[in-house]
Design a protein. Sequence first.
Length: 460
Amino acid sequence: MPRVSTKPVDMDTIVSLCKRRGYVFPSSEIYGGLGSAWDYGPLGVELKRNIKNAWWQANIQERDDVVGLDSAIILNPQAWVASGHVQGFSDPLVDCKACHMRWRLDAIKDGKCPSCGGEVTEPRQFNLMFKTFAGPVEEAASVVYLRPETAQGIFLNFQNVLTTTRRKLPFGIAQIGKSFRNEITPGNFIFRTREFEQMEIEYFVKPGEDEKLFQDWLKARFNWYLNLGMRKENLRLRQHGKDELAHYARDCYDVEYLFPMGWSELEGIANRGDFDLKQHSKHSGKDLSYFDEEAKQHYFPYVIEPSAGADRSALAFLIDAYDEEEVKGEKRAILRLHPTLAPIKVAILPLSRNNEEMNKQAKNIYSMLRKSWMVQYDDAQSIGRRYRRQDEIGTPFAVTIDFQSLEDKMVTIRSRDSMAQIRVPIATLSDTLKNKLDGEAIEVLPVGGVMWKSEEKAGS
Ligand code: GAP
């Protein structure tokens, strides 16, 4: 079984791997960057897409009580008045009278500026919503906001979805999309940024059934991370104290992950009561209540809201998957990403780039496999270096085509986690890989790595 490093990885190691290998780049880098904005490179975009697809599969495809939605980012601004964001989505800020640095109030100790020790101003509320204008005239009547959460677009479509899908409670509406917050203290790489992607579900339930269904969602969402290989000891559920609860929330838990900067929120799961549908009914004048045919009564459903971040998940999965070990006196860095999340599933490695027949065979295999998965062809440098490169980007399997392959039409499959190698006929390669990637695994390792039935002998 592969050794699993117990040493926690620091953020700099992850940031540097992400830059070096094409997971995440600093945004607008040629112009000196833009504070806390990041771009997903060729591998990062695959990872994030795999996370979103896994979320969609678990929450929409494999459930019959949740449907999808893709609502607009810019909504009628009245929606943000009704939701409470225009009045209340703010952080208290102070300015230092000496050095003019601006701080969130919770960063201030003893009324002094943390940077120069100067006196600070009285706190003022700073709204976190990005404001802009729709159309050519910059006037109060054309002010609109970039959404700070995807949730409100779901509430606004509650009746549309209800009537078109003829759903009965309980049922949910889910969406994935960008949200924007003018965060005062962004940072910790892609943990807190001003532009980010959320994966949110608003699950509508009959009042009185909310507490049990809330517990079911807590379990389902916690297990989602575990099933994708996240280490249990790095995950916990933390209930919000009464003083922490948002004004609309009846109860709330955070799924927290042990990031390098400490336990921090990965996902929030709230019982929002009937606040949202009631507010939108009041402000729009449209009745958003639900008619319960069995009980023959109208009421406003309660809402259970599991709200996750795609970027924060990507960061947590990267940190959790990172491992180092020593192989033949050299450091081997590995991303033990679950095969479902790995950006590249299989690397195709011809042993020699100078043999025409070998290249032809490798290219044929490449063309065959890329119809099913993201596959990478690599014929540069020694085979050992190529294995290390694939280990570091988290590719679960490498297929090596060697001189023997030209004779016996067999190739070697090498596993990232155990480094074990097996030789299989090219004719059955695709099926063998499919079995391995789809879960022929006999043991899921604590970091998402997997051991396969057929692997006994470890190579390099
Ligand atoms: N609709 C409820 C809601 O938006 P939230 O706790 O403010 O709740 C939910 O956000 C999730 O969105 C967080 O758990 C986090 O994963 C992600 N998120 C929030 N703000 C973020 C930011 N500035 N950068 C990256 N992700 C963020």
